[in-house]
Write a protein that binds this ligand. Structure first.
Ligand code: CAA
Length: 257
C-alpha cells in the first residue's frame, strides 16, 4: 500500500487506518481510494478487529477528490472510471467506522467522514463541500448525507457557496460527535472505539445496520427491520452472556458468537 497505513491495536480489537498522502493534503486519488477499499474490506473480514478508525494527519483528514486527476476528463471518461464504485463498497463495511478528523475535511474528505458512523474532530477541523468553487458539485454523497444530517437550509448554504464550517459549528449542526483539542483527537477516537469494541460485535453489527436503515426506509419498514434484528440477537451467546452478567452484577465478556 502506497497511500494507506494500518496500525492494529490487537488487545483493543481496533484497527487504525491512516490516509497517507500528506503533501497533497490526502487528496483522494483513485489509487488511494482503491487501497482504502481493499484495506477496509480485509479488516471487515478479520474477526480480531471489532472497530475501524479512519484518520489523516493534523493538517488534513482529506482535501477532497484529486482535482488534478479529474481536471481533463470528459463525462464518458468519468463514467468509465466510475470512481464512486469504491465508495459504494466502503459504504457496505459492517463494522463501526470512526473518523478521527483534524484539519481539512473537504469535498470527498467531508463525504468520507460522513460515510463513517461516528466523527471525532480536533478543534482545527474544517468541514466543507467546496466543489461549487471549481465548477462542479459533490459527487460522493455530499448533497444527500449532508442534507439528511444537518437539514436543507444549512446544506444548501454549504453546497451552493462552498463555505467551510468549524468543528464547533459541525458539532452544533449534529454532523459530528465531539470536538477535542488537537493533541487528543486520536486518543478520543481510540477511547470511543474501545468502548464499542467491548460490546458484543454481533449486536454492534446489527445495531449499525438498523440505524442506517432509518436513512432509506419508511418508519414501518424500519421498525420491522429493527425488530427482526432484535429477535435474532437472542440466538447469540453474547445475549446470554450480557444478560447473565447484568443479573449477576459482573462485567460481561463478549466473544462475538
Ligand atoms: N486535489 C488535488 N490536489 C490537492 C487538493 C485536491 N483536492 N487539495 C490540495 N491539493 C494539493 C495542492 O494542489 C497543493 O499541491 P502543490 O504543492 O503541488 O501545489 C498541496 O495539495 C497543498 O495545497 P495548498 O497549497 O492549496 O494548501 P493551502 O493550505 O494553501 O490550502 C486548501 C488548503 C484550502 C484545502 C486548498 O488546498 C484547497 O482548496 N483544496 C481543494 C479543496 C477542494 O476543492 N476539494 C473538493 C475536490 S472535488 C471533490 O471532492 C468531488 C467529490 O465530491 C468527491
Amino acid at each position: 500500500m502506497e497511500f494507506i497505513k494500518v496500525n492494529r491495536q490487537h488487545e483493543l480489537h481496533i484497527a487504525l487506518v491512516e490516509l497517507n498522502r500528506p503533501k497533497e493534503l490526502n487528496a483522494l486519488n483513485l489509487q488511494l481510494m482503491q487501497e482504502l477499499r481493499d484495506t477496509l474490506t480485509a479488516l471487515d473480514d478479520d474477526i480480531n478487529v471489532r472497530v475501524i478508525i479512519i484518520t489523516g494527519n493534523q493538517k488534513a483528514f482529506a482535501a477532497g477528490a484529486d482535482i488534478k486527476q479529474m481536471a481533463d476528463k470528459g463525462a464518458i471518461d468519468m463514467l468509465k472510471i466510475d470512481q464512486f464504485k469504491t465508495w459504494d463498497q466502503i459504504r457496505k463495511v459492517q463494522k463501526p467506522l470512526i473518523a478521527a478528523v483534524s484539519g481539512f475535511a473537504l469535498g470527498g474528505g467531508c463525504e468520507l467522514a460522513m460515510i463513517c458512523d461516528l466523527i471525532i474532530a480536533s478543534e482545527t477541523a474544517r468541514f466543507g463541500q467546496p466543489e461549487i468553487k471549481i465548477g462542479v458539485m459533490p459527487g460522493a454523497g455530499g448533497t444527500q448525507r449532508l442534507t439528511k444530517v444537518i437539514g436543507k437550509a444549512r446544506a444548501m448554504e454549504m453546497v451552493l457557496t462552498g463555505k467551510f464550517i468549524s468543528a464547533e459549528e459541525a458539532l452544533n449542526y449534529g454532523l459530528i460527535n465531539k470536538v477535542v483539542p488537537v493533541e487528543s483527537y486520536l486518543g478520543e477516537a481510540l477511547k470511543l472505539g474501545k468502548t464499542i469494541a467491548e460490546m458484543s460485535p454481533i449486536a454492534v453489527r446489527l445495531a449499525k445496520e438498523s440505524v442506517n436503515k432509518a436513512f432509506d426506509s419508511d418508519l414501518d419498514t424500519g421498525l420491522q427491520f429493527e425488530r427482526k434484528n432484535f429477535y435474532m440477537l437472542f440466538g447469540s451467546n453474547d445475549q446470554k452472556e450480557g444478560m447473565d452478567a447484568f443479573i449477576n452484577k459482573r462485567k460481561p465478556n463478549f466473544q462475538g458468537d
